[in-house]
Design a protein around this ligand. Structure first.
Ligand code: SAM
Ligand code: SF4
Length: 440
């Protein structure tokens, strides 16, 4: 979602004459889009601001100005405090108000005053954002839902992104039509709780995510549909059925559970149990037997015992995931869990994270190995970074969201493959990617 927001900020600034720069040196403006989800992500902001200081000073010496804007969830959470901690900053703008950036820049230049806007105006945001100019890639993110009302006790999202709301379905359809005109073949729906989507159509009727998926699948040029991030509580029977009936819906789902222990799930206010999760997985696998599953896990949540952690490992073994994200619990100021008395020591969090990640990476390798010798359709998006043998390589995505790398001859034009879905025979599975050859 931050990648999506950064692209939209780029659209806003290019619309008023700015161009993107590869480096902050000499730039007229720098926007730092921030994440507040864990402490490390937030702290990065202040070291980045420190690094901007010499560039800003240099610009001033040249009689010019570098405007520095801090956007995103750290801006929302820290507000004016950012001005106090760093005098490099000219603008603070929240994730639901960045559509006002051009206006704020105008005010900084005209009034020579720092600007802050942390309003929650999500609907208005999508109405005023300019049409995206970003790239002509094969895959495009489309935000369908933002915000969250679930208030998991560890999470800042409901405070930084505000209440849950869904965009109107016909506007999303129009976005998709414009994207396919530009060559996009994969529509990737985005939302903090994307499967809680409940937008209105042009007749004022509520549409859920399953209906939206079916509607977008009617567009002939759309070849792949994905959605993220889902909540186990919002996996409706119709959405599960869509995985069977809509062939364009990719056989992959990111469905975070966070912990395998019912005690911890309760303390997290997730409002689902491990049994509920197993049932959803069972139904999904009945509907789409080859579906690949991914999840998020937090280890060391306050009060997590050895047995709770064992329950997480047990759940991972029972489900079998294809790729996952796992984190040490990071206390976030203002969230209920941060005040819990029994915090887990860092050394135990480290130990548990290592054990969990070893198991998850074993599962990912085993999943990838199943594809050796198999031919699969891969959507190529770009060239892979040059490897040691200096071969030209294409980078693409499998239906299960694995990275697939294919060698082509150095004389070949890589670009002709971009945006194409091409059959690839998988030769070798690596822990986090597949290596293959074009199979015509
Ligand atoms: N809405 C999604 C859900 O409910 O699963 C998750 C969105 S959150 C932006 C992404 C992930 O960050 C979460 O699934 C969780 O694993 C992790 N996360 C959130 N708060 C955290 C915290 N305080 N410490 C560690 N990880 C955290
Ligand atoms: Fe955060 Fe997701 Fe829980 Fe909402 S549902 S509070 S975004 S973890």
């Amino acid at each position: 979602m931050n990648v999506f927001d950064s692209d939209r900020m780029e659209d806003l600034m290019t619309a008023i004459g700015y161009e993107t720069s590869e480096t902050p040196e000499g730039a007229d403006m720098v926007i730092i889009n921030t994440c507040h989800i864990r402490e490390k992500a937030s702290e990065k902001l202040f070291s980045d601001l420190g690094r901007l200081r010499p560039f800003k000073d240099e610009k001033k010496e040249q009689g010019s100005q570098m405007i520095v804007a801090v956007a995103g969830c750290v801006a929302q959470a820290e507000g004016e405090e950012i001005f106090r901690r760093s005098n490099v900053v000219d603008i603070i703008v929240g994730p639901e108000s960045y559509q006002t950036l051009p206006d704020l820049v105008g005010k900084v230049l005209r009034d020579k005053k720092k600007q802050i806007n942390l309003e929650f105006t999500p609907n208005n945001k999508f109405d005023v954002l300019p049409e995206s100019k970003a790239g002509t890639g094969a895959s495009a993110f489309v935000t369908v839902q933002e915000g969250c009302d679930k208030f998991c006790t560890f999470c800042v999202v409901p405070y930084t992104r505000g209440a849950e709301y869904s965009r109107e379905s016909h506007k999303i359809y129009e976005d998709a039509l414009k994207l396919v005109e530009r060559g996009v073949k994969e529509i990737y729906f985005l939302g903090q709780n994307v499967n809680a989507y409940h937008g209105l159509n042009e007749k004022g009727e509520v549409q859920d995510l399953a209906k939206l998926v079916r509607k977008i699948a009617e567009i002939p040029q759309v070849e792949r549909i994905r959605y993220t991030t889902s909540h186990p509580r919002d996996m409706t029977p119709d959405l599960i059925q869509a995985h069977k009936e809509v062939s364009k819906l990719m056989p992959f789902l990111h469905l975070p559970i966070q912990s395998g222990s019912n005690n911890i799930l309760k303390a997290m206010n997730r409002k689902h149990t491990r049994q509920d999760y197993f049932k959803v997985i069972e139904d999904l696998r009945k509907s789409s037997p080859d579906i690949g599953l991914s999840s998020d896990f937090i280890v060391g949540f306050p009060g997590e015992t050895d047995q709770d952690f064992e329950d997480t490992l047990d759940l991972v073994r029972k489900v079998g995931f294809t790729q996952c994200y796992s984190f040490k619990y990071s206390p976030r100021p203002g969230t209920p869990a941060a005040d819990a008395k029994i915090q887990v020591p860092e050394s135990i969090k480290d130990e548990r994270l290592k054990i969990l990640q070893t198991l998850l990476s074993q599962q990912q390798t085993e999943f990838n190995q199943k594809f050796e010798g198999i031919v699969m359709p891969v959507m190529f998006e770009r060239e892979a970074p040059k490897n040691k043998t200096a071969n030209k390589q294409l980078w693409g995505k499998s239906p299960w969201l694995q990275s697939v790398i294919v060698n082509i001859s150095n004389d070949e034009d890589a670009e002709k493959y971009f945006g194409q879905i091409t059959n690839v025979k998988i030769l070798k599975a690596r822990p986090s990617s597949l290596v293959g050859e074009l199979h015509n």
